[in-house]
Design a protein around this ligand. Structure first.
Ligand code: PDD
Length: 281
């Protein structure tokens, strides 16, 4: 495998950044994960736009012009011969002696890119069977719209979910509403057959898959409501699913100890999954 690190293509096994990188010291950086299908980046422009936004929110300089970044991303995918998989790209504020304020002088932001293949058969399997989620308190900061590399609450939630035998954690805010999953957006189909997901704002990451799914649902004539829902409403919903660039849509068939619908992936969920496969890329 080949990684891109600050201007160089290096063997993945040898790739590294300086110990004073602010990403390493402070999680002072942002990232994107973009799906690859048929060797092409899915929804690439939306990911690049979100990266630019995250950088601007944290006042981190862009590591290179967008046109150059597009080329480097393509090159990493090509060099790794990834047909179906993911490309990960991360930008941090750069390398400077450890000190909390932004470095005084001009610092070059660090850019790291990796690509990996995904086992599509395994993803297809979870899509056919559905997965379980467990609910837990959302312990994250108040700017979840920024795709920051600071993911401690997310990984703790995911780990707790896995230890509970579930695939994902659904995080619940102080008011008792589901925000999103630890690395996915959360969706239900309510008792009227409407597609429900939380509206965007500082409380959740505005998922690219979420954006494209909303467009897809509109085209399919599925009614959409962007509003928060509680774990209780989700447990009595007709269908539930999660979305992310990594696997697009995965049906949720159990929330905590409650089976959703008839315990199998729902029809609207599967229809959206089918329809998405035809757009994307
Ligand atoms: N996670 N919410 C959170 C907290 C996420 O971390 C992600 C993505 C999403 C879905 O966003 P998108 O559809 O743009 O992938 C929602 C990536 C895949 C990750 O951290 O690996």
């Amino acid at each position: 495998r080949i990684a891109y690190v600050n201007g160089r293509y290096v063997r993945h096994a040898d790739a590294g950044v300086h110990i004073d990188d602010r990403g390493y010291q402070f999680a002072d950086g942002v990232y994107e994960v973009c799906g690859i299908r048929g060797g092409k980046l899915m929804d690439e422009e939306l990911h690049l736009a979100r990266l630019q936004r995250s950088l601007a929110e944290l006042r981190i300089a862009s590591p290179m012009p967008l046109s150059a970044l597009r080329q480097v991303l393509r090159e990493v995918v090509r060099r790794n011969r990834v047909e179906n998989g993911l490309v990960y790209f991360q930008v941090t504020r750069g390398v400077a002696p450890r000190d909390h304020p932004f470095p005084a002088g001009p610092v070059k932001p660090s850019l790291v890119i990796t690509a990996k293949r995904l086992n599509m058969a395994r993803i297809q399997q979870s899509a056919e069977k559905g997965v379980a989620v467990v609910t837990m308190p959302d312990l994250r900061w108040a700017r979840r719209d920024i795709k920051s590399i600071a993911l401690l609450p997310n990984i703790l939630a995911k780990q707790a979910a896995r230890e509970a035998g579930a695939y994902e954690a659904w995080l619940v805010d102080a008011e008792g509403y589901v925000t999103e999953g630890s690395s996915t957006n959360a969706w239900i189909v309510d008792k009227f057959g409407r597609l429900v997901t939380r509206s965007t704002g500082p409380e959740i990451l505005s998922g690219i898959t979420r954006t494209v799914l909303l467009e897809t649902a509109k085209r399919e004539g599925i009614e959409i409501v962007e509003r928060p829902f509680t774990p209780d409403e989700a447990k009595s919903a007709r269908e539930a699913f999660i979305s992310a660039s990594s696997a697009v849509i995965i049906p949720v068939v159990r929330i905590d100890d409650t089976a959703i619908g008839n315990g199998a992936p729902g029809s609207i969920t599967l229809r959206l999954r089918e329809a998405y496969a035809k757009v994307g890329v």
